[in-house]
Write a protein of this length. Structure first.
Lengths: 213, 249
């Protein structure tokens, strides 16, 4: 029974995408209520992600404002065939928040040499479907992330929430580069399996046959 | 040269965006021709997306909502009502009789209208500035690729050029396109080995020219072609209409 309920909960995603698109249309035509509605639907997850990355409430508020300002400006150009609005907003939030942290790092450490390398790194894009995970799935991922061996979890967190490259992660964790790559991979494979089979949560075991990289 | 298994191990870092640039380039080249790695990448995407939402959920303060919404383009009205200068000058004018009052009101209204217009202009400029900045970033990209497009039989005189950078996006400039009929619009496609991906719609001026910046996903497979088709005005997820322009790298 719970399975049916969970399945039913997964599908409001399509409907909510249609509502988001209609919000953007209204914003593009100058309707302020559209902006309010878009904010109310997305501010909490966006702010939470930004706060996780920048770690400071005032800065997180600034980034959140910038993300919405950018979304409002680009509302008219949003192309529904490119993916879900939620994913688009999350992508902007992550990349702006990471920019903020990087700017801070460069300012404090004066390591201008790194800037070009950082500049070349692509901001990875949250997948369309995944950004529409329901609360239950999100809870599962959060829990599974917490269950990972510490170094796997830290490597993944440094990559995703701090925007660090493998080399930078290896420096921070004082681990060989190859080990960092392997840990990131094993961690992601584990999260993938948990997401696929939420009930078969067996700690410390990687994917079938793929475990030893 | 890395072995296949070593390359496949890069898929996770690739999806997370954490590969160092040379490694990323090597993996992308490999990815284009390897179904196994493409499947690995596809299966890991939802996991990475889940990381975006798998953080403790916190509601932003209520003030932020007001600030955000007043910055929406429709929010210009608020700017007129809260101009403190206008209000105090009208109340002082009331003591002096009807004529100065009317003049003050006219002035306040005029200033209000001016403020609205100014704000609108600033909004438009901001959009254009964003576009210009994105365009410059593409032109300055270290990985810039140029693709020239030729007019197809329906529009033999049409020409276009696509400048594409994986990390920074696509700048597309077209000339001599026939005007799009009512209810139709031109749509630009980045064609990869797997599927055509919509870059977005292209608006043309009366002379059939148009220039536009598009964001493209940084992890798309290397394009094998860029094309323009005529589609229903809202755009479509996959091309259905006649091809107007096609070009290959």
């Amino acid at each position: 029974m719970w399975l049916l309920a969970a399945l039913a909960r997964m599908h409001p995603a399509a409907e909510s995408q249609a509502d988001d698109v209609s919000c953007l249309r209204r914003i593009a035509s100058g309707d302020q209520a559209g902006a309010a509605s878009l904010y109310d639907r997305h501010a909490r997850p966006l702010y939470s992600l930004i706060l996780r990355i920048v770690g400071d409430e005032t800065e997180a508020e600034d980034v959140l404002q910038d993300v919405f300002a950018q979304a409002f400006r680009q509302a008219a150009r949003y192309d529904a065939s490119r993916g879900a609005v939620a994913a688009w907003l999350l992508m902007m939030a992550r990349s702006r928040a990471i920019d903020k942290v990087r700017a801070r790092r460069t300012r404090f450490e004066g390591r201008t040499g790194d800037v070009q390398v950082l500049d070349e790194m692509p901001a990875s894009q949250p997948d369309v479907d995944s950004a529409m995970l329901d609360e239950e799935q999100t809870r599962i991922v959060r829990q599974a992330l917490g269950d990972l061996p510490m170094l796997q979890r830290m490597a993944i967190e440094l990559a995703y929430y701090e925007g660090l490259s493998h080399t930078e992660i290896a420096e921070r964790l004082e681990q060989p580069l190859g080990t960092v790559k392997t840990r990131i991979r094993l961690g992601l494979l584990k999260l993938r399996d948990v997401l696929k089979h939420p009930n078969a949560r067996s700690p410390r075991v990687g994917g079938p046959a793929e475990g030893q990289a | 040269m890395s072995t296949h298994d070593e390359l496949k191990a890069s898929a996770a870092g690739y999806v997370l965006g954490s590969l160092d640039p040379p490694e990323r380039r090597e993996f992308e080249t490999h990815l284009a021709g390897c179904a196994e790695c493409a499947a690995e990448v596809a299966s890991l995407r939802p996991v990475v997306g889940a990381l975006a939402t798998a953080v403790p959920q916190v509601t932003p303060r209520a003030e932020v909502r007001d600030r955000v919404i007043s910055r929406a383009r429709g929010g210009v009205d608020a700017g007129v009502q809260t101009r403190p200068g206008g209000r105090s000058s009208t109340s002082r004018a009331a003591a002096l009789g009807w004529l100065p009052l009317a003049a003050a009101i006219l002035l306040a209204v005029g200033a209000g209208i001016y403020a609205v217009r100014l704000q609108r202009q600033i909004g438009d400029l901001q959009v254009r500035f964003d576009q210009a900045r994105s365009t410059t970033a593409v032109l300055a990209a270290p990985d810039l690729a140029r693709i020239d497009l030729q007019g197809q039989p329906v529009a033999p005189d049409a020409r276009a050029r696509a400048l594409w950078s994986r990390s920074r996006g696509l700048v597309f400039t077209a000339a001599n396109l026939p005007p799009a009929p009512a209810g139709k619009a031109y749509q630009v496609w980045v064609v990869t080995a797997q599927a055509p991906i919509s870059a977005g719609l292209l608006t043309t001026d009366p002379a059939g020219g148009g220039s536009q910046y598009y964001m493209t996903p940084p992890d798309i497979a290397p394009p094998v072609a860029v094309a323009v088709t005529l589609e229903p005005s809202g755009g479509v997820p996959a091309p259905t209409g006649e091809k107007y322009l096609v070009g290959m790298p």
